[in-house]
Design a binder for this molecule. Structure first.
Ligand SMILES: Nc1nc2c(c(=O)[nH]1)N[C@H]1C(S)=C(S)[C@@H](COP(=O)(O)OP(=O)(O)OC[C@H]3O[C@@H](n4cnc5c(=O)[nH]c(N)nc54)[C@H](O)[C@@H]3O)O[C@H]1N2
Ligand SMILES: Nc1nc2c(c(=O)[nH]1)N[C@H]1C(S)=C(S)[C@@H](COP(=O)(O)OP(=O)(O)OC[C@H]3O[C@@H](n4cnc5c(=O)[nH]c(N)nc54)[C@H](O)[C@@H]3O)O[C@H]1N2
Ligand code: SF4
Ligand SMILES: [Mo]
Length: 706
């Protein structure tokens, strides 16, 4: 008999809802939840089965035997591994206090047990990957609306015009969002796509602008100028709901469309046409403020301007515009219980300075790289232990060598991962979590215009001696005398405890795999929308009061990025539709689809270096300290100042036979960038590094035509 198991895909952080078919205890089929995604799933989602079958992952707890990174492991039972971690933690806490421990966790709806665990220890140092991802966008959103990135959603399907600045939505995707773009295009909507190279999203666009790398901020300044000069904005919305318009208008005065066109290397005529279209299409125009914008020194300001462009369109809380995410309260219902609510909030100051040294940073997850700063200096206090749960800092942050030097100052590194991460390989203990198809997860809220509760049900029994996260943290907490903060011993007990205030039962998820908290999307009217703005002025702040109080400008004068010297290029990166960062590179099916990355290089630039398509290249970091080997993809569809590769390749875990040394790692070439952090936006400046490129000795001799 075929059984349906409802779950949530775990192959990336988009967390698409899925329906899994199981026959006789064996998974036979995975598809997108038909009630929400019409069955659609991406290649990675389908490759979940290959993840289960793959034995090149940690199959039981492992304790390090040799030196860090040597790869000598002792397999042990869960009891031994958990006892060891608890004992070592106890000793560290006795000597240096709970504040010397850090928990980094990838974030998302299922973080509750990990966060509750570190808080229960008494440490304020909960963190995540986001300074290498969306921190700039999050802080930009906070500075304009007083609410962060997850609190705004985009009704793309009903938009008339979507403008994307390097948001490669059809490859770096969420299924639901990608489908919305296709629906919008089918309905005659326009898509403007801005990138330093052509992409699948760009191919679908009605306008593609190839810009000089690092000039997005200039383009947004020009567009603000153009819209204001043409009067092509919603003056009434701006008057009623914003502060700072006059200052904005005066600031953008010198940044004309012609200037922006020249700075970015695009045609002024295209920009003028764009302004006309925006004027005609508003308010149903969406400027996506970016997702991964840890790129350039001014990415925070570029994202902030994208928010301001939305405001000029008057697109808030309307069909085809930006819609505030709603939660249980907006539906007149009680929310679920979270473990974190049981635990007293640690009063200690964070070691990364978020919330005190940097009052403008959201102290929720703080800024991971600033812990590296603290490790190097011992200030504000010593750090001793790092847990990474669903996070691989050595793949996520620049310059793994520099990171390892700092990690060596710590006494305990614990990796809780489904795979051998690069960090796990360097750590002291690996606690293998069961892959998402082999584990249940607690109930979580998915906020949105129509909020819902989701959960993950296990579709198969674990093939190996692995365990789910909610169990691992509960077990560790019990060993440390903190069991009262984890009031369950089975997932059924945890579900029941979480759901109790809501009146919803776990059985209510059986029909569709989720429970809607509202019958239809909730749209506030314009006046009550203003309640949601959590800025000091209670209005949308074109010029931010909170930043001003810190002496930080909201509108920064533009600085043109220097042109790389001859033979040098800006190293930019991105994702492919068939991989998630570094952790799917060794997946047997996905490896077959994409065994290695290549370096995109502009045709003219390649000719100048004597490089032909497919040639092996040597890529050298800006300080000469790191080198990589990769094959060339010669194309005219990339700006001549940049070279581009997919992120995640060049892994170095020997037990991952397919991924080990396949392709080139971008983060290893990002030397000197680990603390190159925007202290206003909190994002790393990952694309501020240059590399030199030359033909590698690995190429055979070319025949010379006489
Ligand atoms: N140079 C460069 N750096 C980048 C990027 C880039 O493009 N280039 N991208 C940036 C971006 S946008 C991001 S979001 C970050 C991502 O950086 P990370 O958050 O570190 O990346 P992920 O690959 O999503 O996952 C991290 C770890 O989680 C593990 N994992 C996956 N599923 C599970 C699970 O179910 N349970 C457990 N316990 N572990 C699991 C994986 O095996 C992996 O080791 O990297 C950033 N850093
Ligand atoms: N398939 C797949 N989907 C994913 C992920 C994944 O790993 N795989 N990861 C998810 C995560 S965590 C994130 S954060 C998102 C990221 O989603 P995106 O931010 O859309 O992703 P990227 O592919 O990193 O970058 C998009 C583009 O930025 C371009 N770019 C570089 N420099 C510039 C510049 O100066 N200006 C402009 N305009 N463009 C520039 C690059 O060429 C690249 O094509 O994707 C999510 N979806
Ligand atoms: S986008 Fe693909 S990999 Fe990511 S959650 Fe959705 S189906 Fe899974
Ligand atoms: Mo990300």
């Amino acid at each position: 008999m075929v059984e349906t198991v409802w779950s949530v895909c775990g192959m990336c952080t988009a967390r698409c809802p899925i329906r899994v078919e199981v026959e006789g205890g064996v998974i036979t089929w995975i598809e997108g939840n038909p009630h929400l995604l019409g069955g659609a799933l991406c290649a990675r989602g389908s490759a979940g089965l290959a993840l289960l079958a793959d034995d090149e992952r940690p199959r039981q707890p492992l304790l390090r035997k040799g030196g860090r990174g040597e790869g000598r492991w002792q397999p042990v039972s869960w009891d031994i591994a958990l006892d060891q971690v608890a004992e070592r933690l106890q000793a560290i806490i006795a000597k240096d206090g709970a504040r010397s421990t850090i928990m980094s966790c990838r974030g998302g709806p299922f973080v509750d047990p990990a966060k509750a665990f570190i808080q229960a220890l008494g440490s304020p140092n909960f963190t995540n990957h986001d300074s290498a991802c969306g921190r700039n966008v999050h802080h930009a959103s906070l500075s304009v609306y007083g609410v962060g990135r997850p609190d705004l959603t985009y009704d793309i399907k009903n938009a008339r015009h979507l403008v994307l600045f390097g948001r490669n939505l059809l490859e770096s995707m969420k299924i639901g969002e990608a489908n919305q773009v296709l629906d919008m295009l089918d309905a005659g909507g326009r898509l403007t796509y801005v990138d330093v190279r052509q992409t699948v999203t760009g191919l679908k666009a009605s306008r593609f602008l190839m810009v000089r790398p690092g000039t997005d901020y200039a383009l947004t300044l020009g567009l603000l100028h153009g819209l204001i000069k043409a009067g092509a904005y919603d003056a009434e919305f701006v008057r009623r709901h914003t502060v700072g318009f006059d200052e904005l208008a005066a600031f953008v005065e010198p940044y004309t469309l012609d200037w922006a066109a020249q700075e970015c290397g695009v045609k002024a005529k295209s920009l003028k046409e764009l302004i006309d279209e925006l004027g005609a299409d508003r308010p149903r125009v969406i400027f996506h403020p970016g997702w991964m914008l840890a790129r350039y020194r001014d990415s925070f300001y570029a994202s902030r301007n994208l928010h301001l462009l939305n405001v000029l369109m008057g697109n808030l809380e309307i069909k085809g515009g930006q819609i505030f995410a709603k939660g249980a309260k907006d539906c007149g219902r009680k929310g679920i219980r979270n473990l974190t609510d049981l635990v007293p909030k640690p009063e200690e100051r964070r070691a990364d300075g978020a919330g005190w040294k940097y009052p403008h940073f959201d102290k929720g997850p703080g800024i991971f790289p600033l812990f590296y700063e603290a490790m190097a200096t011992g200030e504000p206090y010593p750090l001793k232990a790092l847990f990474c749960y669903r996070h691989d800092p050595l793949t996520c942050f620049p310059d793994p060598g520099a990171q390892k030097r700092r990690l060596d100052t710590l006494e305990l590194l614990v990796s809780i991962d489904t795979h051998y991460s690069e960090f796990g390989w360097y750590s002291d203990v690996i606690l293998p979590e069961s892959p998402y198809l082999e584990r249940d997860c607690q109930v979580a809220v998915q906020k949105g215009p129509k909020p819902r509760l989701i959960y993950r049900q296990r579709a198969a029994e674990p093939r190996h001696d692995t365990r789910p996260g909610w169990w691992i943290f509960q077990q560790l907490a019990s060993r440390l005398g903190l069991g009262q903060y984890f009031p369950y011993s089975t997932i059924e007990e945890l579900w029941a405890w979480q759901l109790e205030p809501t009146g919803i039962k776990i059985g209510d998820f059986a029909a569709q795999g989720f429970v809607d908290l509202a019958d239809k999307p909730i749209l506030d009217d314009r006046e009550s929308m203003a309640r949601r703005l959590a800025t000091p002025s209670g209005k949308i702040e074109l010029v931010s009061g909170k930043l001003a109080a810190q002496g930080i400008e909201s509108l920064r004068p533009y600085e043109s990025p220097p042109k790389p010297p001859a033979g040098s290029f800006r190293l930019v990166f991105g994702r492919s539709a068939v991989n998630t960062h570094g952790h799917t590179i060794n997946n047997p099916l996905l490896h077959e689809l994409l065994p290695a990355n290549r370096l995109w290089i502009n045709k003219r630039a390649a000719a100048g270096l004597g490089v032909a398509d497919g040639d092996w290249l040597e890529v050298i970091s800006q300080d000469g300290a790191a080198r990589g080997q990769i094959q060339a993809k010669v194309t005219e569809f990339i700006h001549p100042e940049a070279v581009y590769c997919l992120h995640g390749f060049g892994r170095q875990v020997p037990l991952q036979s397919r991924a080990c040394n396949a392709g080139m790692s971008d983060q290893k070439l990002q030397t000197g960038l680990l603390l190159d952090l925007d202290r206003v936006g909190g994002g790393l400046c990952l694309c501020e590094g240059l590399v030199t490129v030359r033909r590698s000795d690995r190429n055979g001799k070319r025949e010379v035509e006489l």
